[in-house]
Design a protein around this ligand. Structure first.
Ligand code: NAP
Length: 244
């Protein structure tokens, strides 16, 4: 079993990578930083690529190098977990940093779509190939202050549903909302000034009441779902409908 995981260096991505490695999968992790801890505990299974995926040119150059196709060669099942994402820019429409908008679309939408297309093309001979987009409830329900984040996650949902219509042989694809998880992203949300994000206090309360799920628990549940027989039966799901 082989898997590519984006945003594997910390948070939910690190937990999903750890789970895959512990099952004996070979994992190729793509993030800006290297996870030394995972590397030291799984030296022969983990390969890491340091890449800033916000700039599509970086990812296109990496894909054109043949590295993805080379990694996937001669094995199955093969998986792509499009996890890397950012929640910023946060704030009311009309007040957002234009570079921030382009950066969010670059990382949250352009990168996963590029990777998914390259993955599907490179694995046409595989009978068991799976793509998991890490989406968000914010892609399905509007939130004030999150117009860009909500739009980027909705794009992933619609991409998964549309790819499923193409029915690529052997491919299962699903866009999975992971629920609220105790990661750096939640720190960013709680650190946003209330005048930029009117729901900030609700997210502070989630932390204070212990309502955030640990990355380890949710990472295990996400990978169990990815490997399950019914993965991809619906192209848009919420992990909380599957988790025990
Ligand atoms: P996180 O703790 O902030 O981790 C984000 C990951 O993305 C890191 O590994 C980071 O690695 C990578 N990343 C960030 N910028 C990057 C860049 N420019 N190029 C390459 N990699 C980059 O976030 P998280 O909470 O684990 O979120 C993971 C996914 O879950 C995201 O798609 C998020 O939208 C989704 N999600 C999270 C929650 C939640 O409550 N946490 C809720 C719903 C959905 P480097 O910094 O090393 O590059």
């Amino acid at each position: 079993m082989k898997a590519i995981v984006t945003g594997h260096s910390r948070g939910l991505g690190a937990a999903m990578t750890e789970d895959l490695l512990s099952r004996g999968a070979s994992v190729l992790g793509l993030s800006r930083s290297i996870n030394e801890d995972l590397q030291s505990r799984h030296p022969s299974l983990l390969q890491q690529v340091s890449i800033d995926m916000i700039d599509p040119a970086n990812l296109i150059a990496w894909l054109d190098s043949g590295a993805l196709a080379g990694f996937l060669e001669n094995d199955e099942p093969v998986m792509l977990v499009n996890n890397a994402g950012i929640v910023e820019p946060i704030g009311p429409a009309g007040s957002l940093d234009h570079n921030g908008i382009a950066r969010a679309v670059g990382l949250n939408v352009t990168a996963p779509l590029l990777l998914a297309d390259a993955f599907i093309g490179a694995t046409s001979g595989n009978a068991d190939r799976r793509v998991l987009h890490v989406s968000s409830g914010a892609g399905r329900k509007p939130y004030a202050g999150w117009s860009i984040y909500c739009a980027t996650k909705a794009a992933l949902d619609h991409h998964a549903a549309s790819v499923a219509q193409d029915k690529p042989a052997g491919l299962r694809i699903s866009s999975v909302a992971p629920g609220v998880i105790d990661t750096d992203m939640q720190n960013t949300i709680r650190s946003t000034p209330a005048d930029r994000f009117v729901l900030r206090d609700d997210f502070v309360a989630l932390k204070e009441t212990g309502s955030l799920t640990s990355p380890e628990q949710r990472g295990n549940e996400m990978i169990a779902h990815l490997l399950a027989d019914d993965f991809g039966q619906s192209p848009i799901v919420d992990i909380r409908d599957f988790a025990a």
